[in-house]
Ligand binder design. Structure first.
Ligand code: PLP
Length: 489
């Protein structure tokens, strides 16, 4: 098992250095706002004591965490490497160039843009660069839109008209797509006319013929692939073929599975980068870096991606770009490849553990880093299951399942991922035990009626003693695999 928390040959020295750094940092913070120092200590204690199964979370290394807390935070650097709107950016140039170089080398991309502050920003940069690259953009005033600060729904209509009524086709939310893929609560849903493709009603797997048929009929400018809650791999060569057939730009959002691409678990048709025109990602999920985003692109899109700042981004977060560079350097190691393979093996072990105990999984299993447990057969909503698990010290999140009768708030599913606990060193036997604990909690949870006696979607009763026995059992697993071993505050 790899140990990102001890990358040097002398791991105890590394832990000791990190301990010294954090002790010093906390005592400096303490002198200004002790409650923040206390909350920081409490957060570490909580993270150490919980079974973190949130598929989008991970634990960054001390090297990555320490890089975030520097004076690079103080520097403005709008523009791009060597072409800034502020003086004195030579060190930011070094940082941004290194982050981009690592990203290009790691993913085999022609171009990399390290400035996006988050995944949502990376997608916004990609969308605007596709529009800028492919669409003649008349001024909004030509179309009678008011100021950009005060857009009504009608103005959005005008805005869409100004951009030629452009269309985006992405995966539906209940099949595992993401809000930023053209859904109304997100600005992407206002910029584009959106249509979504789902999964096969029987197998719950992505149906490429249905995607092709939707693309032929809808003729999108952008075909979006990628997901937040789909437990399977995607054939990006086929998605590109579909995009080419209808003249669409293929944009892949690999926010969730970037670590599996970086770690060479997803190769060939399953690696989005050689197939997509633009690939976006977060850096903090399976990639195990700092919070942030990246855009990878082919050369033809590079210039328009470079306009991300000031088009939709403010000044770059140089301290975060520095931390991205450190995390990407970590991801280029052989150890990271072992980690990524372990993430996938552990997800399989978790899925098998559920199936052997009679639980139902969306698509019947997994071949990436997450499983989606359908709890409707247990008589629970996702919300009830998530809450009962949290009472027992197991941190997950509720999630819609395809055609979910309980909607996006209560849901019928629970999403569980393996990246974080794999970073702690959990292996397949431990993940089988995790499946056992989760099933034990859920089979001992009953929905509770609301005050009016109607069946409740939020309230539940967890049988006496289950939370305590689960915490004791998971405590044994967690003690065996400490978070940041040797790091003492
Ligand atoms: N894209 C996908 C597929 C995601 O799952 C997420 C986050 O959950 C995002 C984008 C947005 O990332 P961020 O929270 O960094 O904005």
């Amino acid at each position: 098992m790899t140990d990102v928390f001890a990358p040097t040959t002398n791991s105890s020295e590394y832990a000791e250095q990190a301990s010294t750094a954090y002790r010093a940092a906390l005592s400096v913070i303490e002198q200004v706002e002790p409650r923040i120092a206390d909350a920081t200590r409490a957060e570490l204690a909580d993270q150490r004591a919980s079974l973190k199964l949130i598929a989008s979370e991970n634990y960054a290394s001390p090297a990555v965490l320490l890089t975030m807390g520097t004076w690079f935070s103080d520097k403005y650097a709008e523009g791009t490497v060597g072409h800034r709107f502020y003086a004195g950016c030579q060190n930011v140039d070094t940082v941004e160039a290194l982050a981009a170089e690592h990203a290009r080398e790691l993913f085999g991309a022609e171009y990399a843009y390290a400035q996006p502050h988050s995944g949502i920003d990376a997608n916004l940069v990609a969308f605007w660069s596709i529009l800028a690259h492919r669409v003649e953009t008349p001024t909004l005033a030509d179309h009678g839109a008011k100021t950009v600060y005060d857009l009504s729904e009608q103005d959005w209509e005008k805005l869409r008209r100004a951009f030629g009524e452009q269309r985006a086709l992405g995966m539906s939310l209940d099949a595992g797509g993401h809000l930023t893929h053209g859904f109304r609560p997100n600005i992407s849903g206002k910029m584009f006319h959106q249509r979504s493709y789902g999964t096969d009603p029987e197998t719950q797997l992505l149906d490429y013929d249905a995607v092709r048929a939707a693309a032929r009929e809808f003729k999108p400018l952008v075909l979006i692939a990628g997901y937040s809650a789909y437990p399977r791999r995607v054939n990006f060569a086929t998605m590109r073929e579909i995009a080419d057939e209808v003249g669409a730009t293929l944009m892949v959002d690999m926010a969730h599975f970037a670590g599996l691409v970086a770690g060479k678990v997803f190769t060939g048709d399953e690696d989005p980068v050689p197939h997509a025109h633009l690939t976006t990602t977060t850096t903090h999920k399976s990639l195990r870096g700092p919070r942030g985003g990246l855009v990878l692109a082919t050369k033809e899109y590079a210039d328009s991606v470079d306009r991300g700042c000031p088009m939709v981004l403010g000044g770059p977060l140089s301290h975060m770009m520095a931390a991205k560079a450190v995390a990407l350097a970590e991801a280029r190691t052989a150890e990271f490849q072992t980690y990524a393979q372990n993430v996938a093996d552990n997800a399989k072990a978790l899925a098998d553990g559920f199936l052997r105990r009679g639980a139902k999984l969306v698509t019947g299993g997994t071949d990436n880093h997450l499983v989606l447990l359908d709890v409707s057969g247990m008589g629970l909503t996702g919300r009830q299951a998530e809450s009962a698990l949290l009472d027992a010290g197991i941190v997950t999140n509720r999630n819609s399942v395809p055609s979910d009768p309980n909607g996006a708030w209560y849901t019928s599913g629970v999403r569980l991922g393996t990246p974080a606990l794999t970073s702690r060193g959990f292996g397949t036997a431990e993940f089988d035990r995790v499946a056992e604990l989760v099933v034990d909690v859920l089979t001992n949870t009953q929905p509770a009626a609301t005050k009016s006696g109607a069946p409740g979607k939020a309230k539940y009763v967890l049988a006496d003693g289950v939370a305590d026995r689960t915490k004791a059992a998971s405590g044994e697993l967690l003690d065996k695999h400490p978070l940041y071993p040797g790091l003492e505050l």
